[in-house]
Design a protein. Structure first.
Length: 379
C-alpha cells in the first residue's frame, strides 16, 4: 500500500468497528500533502455521508427511516467536490462501509471508478474475544442490556467479502493488536501504511488532542448493565436525555479499576458458533488470532453474575461520587438509584468544568436534592 502514488487512487478504510477507527478519523481530518488527502465530507467519520449517498435506508444504529432525496443529493455533491477538488489520491474512512449490502458496495465502486486509477481497501481486524468484550461494553452504553455473547462475536466474512468480490481483489488485512501494529498504535500504523507525513500528524495531535473511546471498568460496566436491565435502554429520541446519558457514562469512566472477561464456557460456545468464520479471516490474516490473557479479571459467566456484581457496587459508587463532591453521603442508596439521580441532573447546570468531567457546586447541589428525594421515597 505504501509508495503507490504514480497513479491516482482512493483508499477505503472499512473499519472494522472496535479497532480505533474514530481515533484514525480524528487524527487525519484535514490531512493533505502533495500526493494524498483525507476527504472533507463534513464529519471526520465518513459513514453517514456515504450511507446517505449510496444506501436506500440508513443502516447505522439499526435506523429504519428512508434517506430523503435532498440528503442523498447533498451527500453526493460533497463527495463529488472532494473528488474533483484536486488530482490527489483520496482517503475515505467509514466503518459503516463494512455493513453495506452488495448493491450499495457496487454503487460505491461504480461511482468511484471513473475518477481513480485504483480503488484500495484496508480493514483492521480485532480478535474475537477482545471484540466481544468491547462490543458488550459499547452495547451496554448505548443500547439495551443483553448477555447474548454469541451475537458479540463479529461475522468477519460478511463484513468484507462483498468488497473483495466486487473489486476483484482482497483488502489489506491488518491484525488489530498492539504487539503487531506499527509503534503499537493504530493511528501510527495507518499513517505508516499510507506513507503520511508524521510531522503533520504530530502537530495535529498537539492542537487537537484525541478523545479516544475510553473503556469502562468491570465495576462501571456491571453498574450500567444493571441500570439498563432494571430501567430499560437509554432514551433514543430526546436530545437532552441522550446528553444526560452521555454525561453519566463519562462520569463512570473514572469508576473502578478491574477488567472483566466472559466465563470460559460461554465464550467457547460463542467462538464455536463462529468457528468457520474465524478460520476464514485467520486465513486472510495469514495467522491465528493471539489469545489475550487478562490479569485477575472479574468473570461474567452469566447475566446473573453481571447483575450481582452491579448491585454490589453501590457503596463504592457512592464513595466515588462523594469524592467528586457530588453528594455528602450515599449510604443506603442502591446502584440504580445513584445512576438514575445522575442521569436526571439538569443539563443547564453544566459549565465548561462539568463537560471536562470536573463537576461544579451547582450540579452537586441539585444531585444532593435528587438523592434526598430518592431516599425519602424509600422510607
Amino acid at each position: 500500500m505504501r509508495g503507490q502514488e504514480d497513479a491516482r487512487r482512493v483508499v477505503l478504510h472499512l473499519g472494522m468497528h472496535k479497532t480505533g477507527t474514530s481515533s484514525i478519523q480524528a487524527a487525519l481530518q484535514g490531512y493533505r500533502d502533495e500526493r494524498i488527502e483525507y476527504a472533507d465530507l463534513g464529519p471526520a467519520n465518513h459513514s453517514l455521508p456515504l450511507q446517505r449517498a449510496f444506501q436506500d435506508r440508513k443502516a447505522a444504529r439499526g435506523g429504519k427511516l428512508p434517506i430523503r432525496p435532498d440528503q442523498r443529493e447533498a451527500a453526493r455533491k460533497a463527495l463529488e467536490a472532494a473528488i474533483g477538488g484536486s488530482r490527489r489520491s483520496l482517503i475515505l474512512s467509514a466503518e459503516g462501509l463494512s455493513h453495506f449490502d452488495r448493491a450499495s458496495v457496487q454503487g460505491v465502486v461504480e461511482f468511484l471508478r471513473p475518477h481513480f486509477d485504483r480503488i484500495e481497501t484496508i480493514l483492521y481486524v480485532r480478535p474475537p474475544e477482545s471484540y466481544a468484550r468491547s462490543a458488550f461494553q459499547e452495547r451496554t452504553k448505548f443500547s439495551a442490556a443483553s448477555f447474548d455473547v454469541a451475537r458479540l462475536v463479529p461475522p468477519y466474512r460478511d463484513r468484507v467479502e462483498r468488497w473483495a468480490e466486487t473489486l476483484g481483489e482482497e483488502p489489506t488485512y491488518v491484525l488489530y493488536d498492539r504487539a503487531t501494529l506499527h509503534e503499537g498504535d493504530v493511528v501510527a500504523d495507518f499513517a505508516w501504511r499510507l506513507d503520511l507525513d508524521p510531522a503533520w500528524l504530530e502537530a495535529r495531535a498537539r492542537t487537537h488532542p484525541q478523545n479516544r473511546n475510553a473503556s469502562l471498568s468491570a465495576e462501571a460496566t456491571a453498574a450500567l448493565y444493571l441500570l439498563r436491565r432494571r430501567r430499560g435502554g437509554p432514551p433514543a429520541a430526546h436530545e437532552k436525555e441522550r446528553a444526560r446519558e452521555k454525561r453519566m457514562i463519562g462520569l463512570l469512566q473514572g469508576f473502578g479499576q478491574r477488567r472483566f472477561d466472559f466465563g470460559r464456557e460461554v465464550m467457547d460456545a460463542a467462538l464455536a458458533g463462529r468457528a468457520e468464520d474465524i478460520a476464514w479471516i485467520e486465513g486472510r490474516l495469514g495467522r491465528s488470532f493471539p489469545r489475550e490473557v487478562l490479569k485477575d479479571p472479574v468473570i461474567f459467566g452469566s447475566e446473573g453474575d453481571v447483575l450481582d456484581y452491579g448491585e454490589a457496587q453501590a457503596p463504592a459508587l457512592a464513595a466515588h461520587l462523594e469524592a467528586k463532591g457530588l453528594l455528602r453521603s450515599g449510604a443506603g442508596l442502591s446502584t440504580v438509584e445513584l445512576l438514575e439521580a445522575l442521569a436526571r441532573q439538569p443539563l443547564r447546570a453544566m459549565g465548561l468544568r462539568d463537560r471536562l468531567g470536573q463537576w461544579g457546586r451547582a450540579p452537586a447541589t441539585r444531585l444532593r436534592a435528587l438523592l434526598g428525594r430518592v431516599a425519602g421515597a424509600r422510607r
